[in-house]
Write a protein that binds this ligand. Structure first.
Ligand code: SF4
Length: 159
């Protein structure tokens, strides 16, 4: 699998920018299937922490938001609080069909739909649930976005 090497190279590039990517996970109303796959990426088998990708307990410390589940009416406010608390430049990764498009709950009166119905989404990782390899690939893609956003921010600061 090339992903591991690509990921490591990308992390090294990000570290040159002075950052190690930290992620905060929010479940906005999913069934926990996607959450279990996220936990899988932290197990010794996949071990994303060895690349510096760390799961943090507060969105204030995070660079990347991993969102699982459709956005339910019940979870909307708490998701928005987490989104707003995450410092810019933040990256949102929608994990699983529910977060990408509302999934099996897309037409339920209890949900508002996928995550992009309420906030911008940078990377979509479809699947029900997506496999850990797909999650890692999604994080890999999001790292490119972090780098892009950091450079955009620096450019704006020098204007
Ligand atoms: S995409 Fe599938 S596994 Fe993930 S929260 Fe939705 S129903 Fe559950």
């Amino acid at each position: 699998m090339k992903t591991s090497r690509e990921l490591e190279e990308k992390i090294n590039e990000i570290k040159k920018l002075g950052k190690s990517p930290w992620v905060f996970h929010v479940n906005t109303g999913g069934c926990n299937g996607c959450d279990i796959e996220i936990i899988d990426t932290l197990t010794p088998y996949y071990d994303v922490e060895r690349f510096g990708i760390k799961r943090v307990s507060s969105p204030k410390q995070a660079d990347i938001l991993l969102v699982t589940g459709p956005v339910t009416r019940q979870s909307y406010k708490s998701y928005m609080k987490a989104y707003e608390a995450t410092p810019d430049p933040k990256i949102v990764v929608a994990i699983g069909n529910c977060a990408c498009s509302g999934g099996i709950c897309h037409d339920s009166f209890t949900t508002l739909g996928g995550v992009d119905k309420v906030t911008p989404v940078d990377v979509y990782v479809p699947g029900c649930p997506p496999r850990p390899e797909a999650l890692i690939y999604g994080i890999l893609l999001s790292l490119g976005k972090v780098e892009q956003k950091i450079q955009e921010k620096r450019f704006k600061e020098t204007e």
